[in-house]
Design a protein around this ligand. Structure first.
Ligand code: GLP
Length: 261
C-alpha cells in the first residue's frame, strides 16, 4: 500500500517532499521529475525554490515532464500548462527550460502527440519521482473516471466537474477547453516513485476512496494502490475520511531512519 503521511500544514508537506527530491538530485543531478500543475504541488515547488535560492540545491541539470496540457490552447496563453510550468516551476527552481517537456496540445499535431510524449519519457530513462495532485472526482493528471489503468498519454474529454473546478483560471467557464492531453494511468504507474499530495476538506472523500476504496477505473487515483512505491502526503482535513489514520501515524512515527521517503 501507499505510505500515508499526515502533516500539520502544506508547508510541512512541501519540506518533506523537497527533502526527498533534494536527496535524489544530490545523487543523480539529471534526475527526471514528473511535474504536476494545480495549487497542490506549490508547497513543494516553493520549498525547492528556497533551497535553490539559498544555494543548498542545484536543479539546473534536472529533467522534467509535465503531466498534462489543454488541447487547442495557445502555448503562450496564461492558462496553458506550459506557461504555468514555466512560471511556477522552471523559473523558481532554476530548471533548464530545454530539459522540461509538456505534452503538446497543438491541434495540428495532436494525433501523434501522445505517442511522441511516451517516446520522450522512455528516451529519458523514465520518470524518477512523479508529483501528483488529485481532482475532486479522483482524477490524477487529467485521467477522468473511467480511464484505463493501462492508459498511456492521449487525448481525453474533461468532465463538466473538472471544467467547473478549473474555471477559476479562465475569464469565463466556457473558455475552459473541453479536451486535454494527459499522461495515462499506465504512464504514471511506470514512474519509479509516486508522491500524491492533497490538502483541504474538499479532497477528503477522493483521498479515502483512492487509498482505502476498491481498485476501480471509476476512481482513477485508486491506481496508486498498484504501485510498489507510492507516498501520499495529506493535511488533517484531507485525511479526515480515512479509516486507518491511527495506523498511518503509527507507521510514520516508527519509520526506520534509513528508509527515506
Ligand atoms: C487539474 C490538474 C491535476 C490536478 C488537479 C487538482 O485538473 N490537471 O493535475 O491535480 O487539477 O488541482 P488543485 O491542485 O489545484 O486542487
Amino acid at each position: 500500500m501507499a505510505e500515508v503521511v499526515i502533516v500539520g500544514s502544506e508547508a510541512e508537506a512541501g519540506e518533506i517532499v523537497a527533502d526527498s527530491i533534494q536527496e535524489l538530485v544530490a545523487q543523480h543531478p539529471d534526475a527526471v521529475l514528473g511535474l504536476a500543475t494545480g495549487s497542490t504541488p506549490l508547497s513543494v515547488y516553493r520549498a525547492l525554490a528556497e533551497r535553490v535560492r539559498s544555494g543548498r540545491a542545484d536543479l539546473s541539470a534536472v529533467r522534467g515532464f509535465a503531466l498534462d496540457e489543454y488541447v487547442g490552447i495557445a502555448p503562450g496563453s496564461p492558462q496553458s500548462y506550459r506557461t504555468v510550468i514555466e512560471t511556477e516551476v522552471v523559473g523558481p527552481l532554476g530548471l533548464d527550460p530545454a530539459r522540461v517537456q509538456v505534452p503538446n496540445g497543438t491541434l495540428e499535431t495532436i494525433r501523434a502527440a501522445g505517442a511522441d510524449y511516451e517516446r520522450a519519457i522512455v528516451a529519458a530513462g523514465g520518470i524518477d519521482v512523479q508529483i501528483l495532485g488529485i481532482g475532486t472526482d479522483g482524477h490524477i493528471g487529467f485521467n477522468e473516471p473511467g480511464s484505463s489503468f493501462a492508459s498511456l498519454t492521449r487525448v481525453k474529454t474533461l468532465t463538466e466537474q473538472t471544467r467547473r473546478d478549473n474555471a477559476r483560471f479562465f475569464d469565463s467557464p466556457d473558455d475552459v477547453p473541453v479536451h486535454c492531453i494527459t499522461q495515462g494511468l499506465g504512464t504514471i504507474l511506470r514512474a519509479r516513485h509516486l508522491v500524491l499530495l492533497a490538502f483541504g476538506a474538499g479532497k477528503a472523500d477522493a483521498i479515502a476512496a483512492a487509498i482505502e476504496g476498491p481498485l476501480s477505473a471509476s476512481n482513477p487515483a485508486s491506481a496508486i494502490q498498484l504501485h510498489p512505491h507510492a507516498t501520499v502526503v495529506l493535511d488533517e482535513a484531507a485525511a479526515a475520511a480515512l479509516s486507518d489514520r491511527d495506523y498511518y501515524r503509527y507507521a510514520w512515527a516508527n519509520k526506520p531512519e534509513w528508509q527515506g521517503l
